[in-house]
Ligand binder design. Structure first.
Ligand SMILES: [Zn+2]
Length: 343
């Protein structure tokens, strides 16, 4: 099969479009013929590498993908060749206490497809049968791939961990990334009033199209937490979605007393200073989460297939041009998800 792989960590130049043996499905596994993959920031981090990351070279990136069932391993039932499927990139053991409790994203042997296991930048990928979800007829594989991880992550953070309720106010810090566009839509669907802080008119236009009620342009308004305070009649918002990290000081100021700060990532960098006085004086809760459960995956994919949540696709590249696609993601100018077309 053709795949985009790398033998050593580094810049996008390490990615090669090359031949690689087509994997075979083992017990409990399914071989998926991919039609589409989607890029995630995790791809860039894995390509760059970090101390202690253990992977087998050559490695194939990609946590999101969709296509059809090509072959089925032993002990798998319920799937047939040709079934159209979207992949849940969360790989869990299925038998530890967290998995048994239905909290498989807290599995003690958790892996992400494309991070420690070869992923979806390829014509074929092998995944556990339990990682598949059916795509209804007529729904584009590319949109399913673009939706999977970001809607799963945003749903688990806002609804399951954040306990978002109708009538609450939500501030989303950042307008154009995959998780943020998903968060805006989920907050709207949940019946919340949505405030978005973004940089530039184009990104804010996208946020508005997703259903944001109030738009604040960070490139013109550095003191955006004060603007949120003014817009909410000096109350602050119930919930702040902050996946930037370095913006925490402003997010703390924008939150109401008793507010919740939700975070699933740190696009601005992992380390920053916070003023603890805000946390206790304002009774704030900082709530972290990562990915989501299989139940969440089924819930959000059903909402995506029903058209209630809409994946935003920025630009599509052929698989062979994955390097260019990653360069675009690295620059950060994208509006929504960057996808790869395969085959
Ligand atoms: Zn487990």
């Amino acid at each position: 099969m053709k795949a985009v792989l790398f033998h050593t960590h580094g810049d996008p130049e390490v990615l090669e479009y090359a031949d690689f043996p087509t994997p075979e499905p083992g017990e409990g596994q399914v071989l998926v013929k991919l039609e589409a993959a989607a890029l995630n920031r995790a791809d860039l981090w894995t390509r760059s590498g970090w101390p202690g990351l253990k992977i087998e070279y050559p490695h194939i990136l990609g946590c999101d993908g969709a296509g059809s069932v090509a072959a089925i391993g032993s002990c798998v039932s319920g799937w047939n060749p040709g079934d159209r499927v979207v992949i849940n990139g969360n790989l869990s053991c299925g038998h530890c206490p967290a998995c048994i409790a239905g909290q498989d994203n807290r599995c003690r042997d958790w892996h992400l497809l494309g991070e420690t296991v070869r992923g979806t930048y390829a014509e074929y990928v092998v995944v556990p049968a339990t990682s598949l979800y059916p795509i209804p007829d007529g729904f584009e594989a590319r949109k399913a791939a673009a939706a999977a991880l970001v809607f799963l992550t945003a749903w688990h953070s806002l609804v399951i961990r954040g306990g978002l309720r109708p009538g609450e106010s939500v501030l989303v810090v950042g307008a154009s990334g995959g998780v943020n566009t998903a968060s805006i839509q989920i907050a709207r669907l949940a019946g919340a009033t949505v405030y978005v802080v973004g940089s530039g008119a184009e990104k804010l236009k996208l946020a508005e199209a997703m259903g944001a009620d109030y738009l604040i342009d960070r490139s013109k308004d550095e003191n955006w937490s004060k603007t949120v305070y003014t817009l909410t009649a000096k109350r602050g918002v119930d919930v702040v979605v902050d996946n930037v990290g370095t913006t925490f000081p402003s997010s703390f100021r924008a939150a109401m007393k008793g507010g919740r700060i939700l975070t699933v990532g740190n696009s601005g960098g992992p380390k920053f200073e916070i003023d603890n006085r805000y946390i206790f004086n304002k009774h704030l809760s900082v709530i972290g989460s990562s990915m989501g459960t299989r139940t969440d995956f089924a819930t959000v994919m059903n909402l995506v297939f029903a058209g209630k949540l809409k994946p935003v696709v920025d630009r599509d590249y052929p698989l062979a041009e994955a390097r260019l696609a990653q360069e675009r993601l690295e620059k950060g100018g994208q509006l929504g998800k960057i996808t790869l077309s395969i085959g």
